[in-house]
Design a protein around this ligand. Structure first.
Ligand SMILES: Cc1cc2nc3c(=O)[nH]c(=O)nc-3n(C[C@H](O)[C@H](O)[C@H](O)COP(=O)(O)OP(=O)(O)OC[C@H]3O[C@@H](n4cnc5c(N)ncnc54)[C@H](O)[C@@H]3O)c2cc1C
Length: 502
């Protein structure tokens, strides 16, 4: 076996999966066909739940040093923006950061963890057999073959891994396209956010770094142009002029591109020893800025599960839970992007304008904002409760960054305990059996003996909670349960393997 896991594709998702594996002590490599990170940035946004996960790995500050926070997100570019500030989190905003900068931070982290990233290597074939997977690629020194126990296909929309594995990519192709330009707008004196929809078409303009603005244009006369046809500055400028009455002095394009609304999802995210993640598993109109975000969340869902299988303590159901948990999340994602495509790009009539302004008014209702902000931020994700756990309202929910006081009196944020990518056992009841156990026999669990240092009604009755490495509560145990130590023992054995320490 050359590697325990070969990750095909060194985009943000592949690099994140490989880093999660390396954190857990798994020997992983990334095979990437590009020589370097592409300087053109598709994504510009990191959303609240992604920021929380990156915070759990100690990366949020590094990213924030390169990007800028804005308190909102958007749905279908409606005039009423989504107010993320109502979310119960210190990361209740969008971090505006070009994708290439996010990728640089992730790659630096991966390398610091010892991930072997091999560039200029194109994977051409993937075959699985009973003991592992054979990956064939072509690199600067010609063809080579690697053996791995598992393969993750994070090789983007056209995924070779997905095709080689024969997993159908079900959905619809492009029925419309839109244009994008990262350009200088000389008529704008300062960084400006602007959105305009009318019968002439729609545009969204947001500031980027280095004095550029990203201009996105949906021009009803250009939506049937195929994605493969290059965008020219003249074309983009003419459409902008039609919609805004001025082309804003458009010049100096750094990147011009056309993108479409193809919407597809892999029918299975797992086929034996092969897994799909990120754009390899789902594509959609990039509306609301979600693709990179969900891909990172998938990477963090998958990494610890594969590590558990390789370390030998994974419960039988764990690897399948990756598909079971992420497929519904992305089915909902495709639903919201299809709805946004209709609102943003299918119809520019007066009636559609009326519908957009009506929805915009509805979004001013706090509950409506909460619903859509929950979807776009990924705060509405809750995984199925552990069916064998004692019932508790926190089971399956996202852990927020609770303020805790540990036994030595020190104050901590809960996310600090997730930097090493292990499970975190939050124990609040001071039970001597639990506190005195030999936790070193469970290297994949970090025990934290603490009390709440904030008013957190939903956590007030918790005796002990096991939180997964991706920050979701595996189970929480109420102080009113009659045999708490036995319940903790069983709960740990169900998720992390039996070690006989309790
Ligand atoms: C215009 C536009 C704007 C967007 N804006 C946002 C946004 O604001 N927010 C957001 O969250 N998302 C956004 N997205 C989506 C986001 O860019 C993608 O979802 C994200 O890049 C997916 O990451 P990935 O790692 O899965 O795939 P990719 O980034 O596509 O990476 C896949 C990698 O695999 C490599 N590869 C492919 N085949 C092989 C092979 N056979 N062998 C070796 N390597 C291979 C590729 O070279 C590539 O580097 C946007 C997308 C577009 C098009």
């Amino acid at each position: 076996m050359d590697f325990q896991v070969v990750v095909v594709g060194g985009g943000p998702v592949g690099v994140m999966v490989a880093s999660e594996l390396a954190l857990a002590g798994v020997k992983a490599c990334v095979l990437e066909k590009r020589k370097e990170i592409t300087p053109y940035s598709r994504a510009l946004t990191l959303h609240p739940r992604s920021l929380e996960l990156l915070d759990m790995r100690g990366l949020k500050e590094k990213l924030e040093n390169r990007g800028g926070p804005i308190p909102t997100g958007h749905f279908a570019s409606l005039d009423t923006r989504l107010d993320f500030s109502v979310l119960d989190s210190a990361s209740n905003y969008t971090l505006f950061i070009p994708q290439n900068e996010t990728e640089e931070v992730l790659e630096e982290w991966a390398k610091s963890l010892g991930v072997d990233i091999r560039r200029e290597v194109e994977v051409v074939s993937v075959r699985q057999h009973a003991e592992g997977v054979e990956v064939t690629g072509v690199g600067p020194e010609g063809e080579f073959t690697l053996q791995a126990a598992y393969v993750v296909g994070a090789d983007g929309a056209g995924s070779t891994v997905r095709k080689q594995t024969g997993i159908p990519f079900t959905g619809t192709g492009d029925t419309l396209t839109a244009m994008l330009g990262d350009v200088v707008l000389t008529e704008l004196e300062k960084p400006t956010v602007l959105s305009r929809y009318s019968e002439q078409g729609g545009t969204m303009i947001v500031p980027m770094n280095s004095g550029l603005h990203r201009v996105i244009v949906v021009d009803p006369e250009r939506t049937s142009v195929p994605k493969s046809e290059p965008v020219t500055l003249e074309e983009l400028g003419a459409s902008l002029k039609k919609i805004l009455g001025t082309d804003l002095g458009i010049s100096n394009p750094r990147w011009l591109s056309r993108f479409g609304n193809a919407t597809r999802q892999a029918e299975r995210y797992r086929e034996g020893r092969i897994f799909l993640a990120g754009d390899a598993a789902h594509i959609h109109l990039p509306a609301g800025g979600q693709g990179l975000n969900v891909g990172l969340q998938e990477a963090v869902n998958l990494g610890w599960k594969l590590a558990a299988a390789l370390k030998g303590w994974a419960p039988e159901w764990l690897l399948d839970s990756y598909h079971q948990e992420r497929m519904p999340v992305n089915t909902a994602l495709l639903r919201n992007t299809r709805a946004q495509a209709v609102l943003m790009a299918s119809d520019f009539s007066q009636s559609m304008g009326d519908l957009r302004s009506l929805l915009s008014e509805l979004l001013q209702i706090p509950e409506a904002n909460r619903l859509l902000a929950g979807q776009i931020s990924a705060f509405n994700i809750r995984y199925e409760s552990d069916p064998l756990a004692l019932a508790h309202p926190l089971n399956g929910s996202r852990l927020r960054d609770l303020k805790l006081r540990t036994e030595d009196g020190a104050l901590h944020q809960a996310y600090e305990f997730f930097h090493s990518g292990s499970f975190v056992l939050l124990h609040f009841a001071g039970d001597p059996t639990i506190q005195g156990a030999d936790w070193s026999r469970y290297p994949h669990i970090k025990p934290v003996f603490a009390s709440l240092a904030e008013d957190a009604a939903d956590w007030a009755d918790v005796h002990t909670a096991l939180v997964r490495p991706d920050g979701y509560v595996a189970w929480a145990l109420s102080r009113s349960e009659s045999e708490p130590v036995e319940s903790v023992r069983q709960g740990i054995a169900r998720w992390c393997g039996e070690a006989g320490i309790l």
